[in-house]
Design a protein. Structure first.
Length: 268
């Protein structure tokens, strides 16, 4: 179930640093998840490596994303940090390597060049960014960097209309992080009403909405086996256009849970 060379749904792993993640990863692969999202910052790449090792699924059928942390955006640390990530993940390459946060202006070009070098050295198959605004995406594109994705906060309560259009126009996939608004989505009455009508849960409606949104790939996180199953059981129903439209309107509240605004002044 690939959609544009990218599994339609991924497993988020932020804030999961105990051994239970090993079984969650193996179980997720058994259930049909084919994309695991991690980061140097999450301090769990070694657990994911063990989960991958315990799985019967072939490496080439799994898509692994990791992200380089900001403290490694320099000549001395960047490539060796990626090599350490690969060691922990027990793999010779990741499918996708991202810059986790925008580099500071003075290190911008170097960080993107180093990211590109990782691809040339075949430490990763593709490269991308995370939390980039349009100005920064344009700068990267001007450098001739081919971006696979921008991983950004995306759920029914945030308005990402402009960024979304930009990504679509430039053939850059939108990886939707925090697709449940870190859990805040579950109290939404509109989503509850829609979910009841489809005999599905709010989580399933939310993920189905993301799936039916063009160019969008959600990466929900759960630490529970039951919810792992629930979150991938979304391929047997389709949201009608009228319900998609209603959910699309929820972004008028425009709530952001991960604050990237503080980065902007440095770029003025
Ligand atoms: P999220 O996926 O929006 O929400 C996770 C929360 O929802 C957890 O509290 C989880 O609890 C709960 N949950 C999951 N499935 C559920 C279900 N079916 N029913 C009820 N509750 C459910 O938040 P997130 O973890 O912040 O974001 C997802 C992933 O995106 C991260 O794990 C990470 O991989 C990535 N991310 C990237 C960035 C970045 O800067 N690039 C930033 C944030 C996140 P349980 O675990 O108890 O199920």
């Amino acid at each position: 179930m690939q959609k544009n060379n990218f599994p339609p749904i991924g497993l988020g792993t932020f804030k999961q640093t105990n051994d239970s993640l090993i079984d969650i990863v193996t179980e997720a692969l058994d259930l049909g998840y084919r994309h695991i999202d991690t980061a140097q910052f999450y301090k769990n790449e070694h657990l994911i490596g063990k989960g991958l090792e315990n799985s019967d699924i072939k490496r080439e059928d799994i898509f692994i994303t990791t992200k380089v942390w900001v403290e490694h955006y320099n000549q001395e640390k960047f490539i060796s940090s990626v090599e350490k990530s690969l060691e922990k993940l027990k793999t010779p390459y990741v499918d996708l390597l991202l810059l986790h946060w925008p580099p500071k202006p003075h290190e911008f070009f170097q960080a993107l060049e180093l990211l590109n070098q990782c691809k040339e050295k075949k430490l990763c198959n593709s490269i991308g960014v995370s939390n980039f605004n349009i100005t920064l995406l344009e700068k990267a594109l001007k450098m001739g960097i081919k971006l696979f994705t921008n991983q950004i906060e995306f759920h029914p309560l945030i308005d990402q209309t402009i960024q979304k259009k930009f990504l679509e126009n430039h053939g850059i996939r939108l990886t939707a992080y925090a697709p449940f608004a870190t859990g805040q989505i579950f109290g939404n009455r509109t989503l509850r009403t829609i979910a009841e009508r489809y005999h599905k849960t709010i989580a399933q409606v939310c993920l189905r909405w993301a799936l039916q949104t063009p160019n969008t790939y959600p990466i929900p996180k759960t630490s529970s086996s039951k919810r792992l199953k629930e979150n991938i059981d979304i391929f047997d129903f389709h949201l009608a256009k009228i319900d998609m439209d209603v959910i699309n309107q929820l972004n008028r509240v425009n709530i952001r849970f991960f604050d990237i605004a503080g980065l902007a002044p440095e770029w003025d």
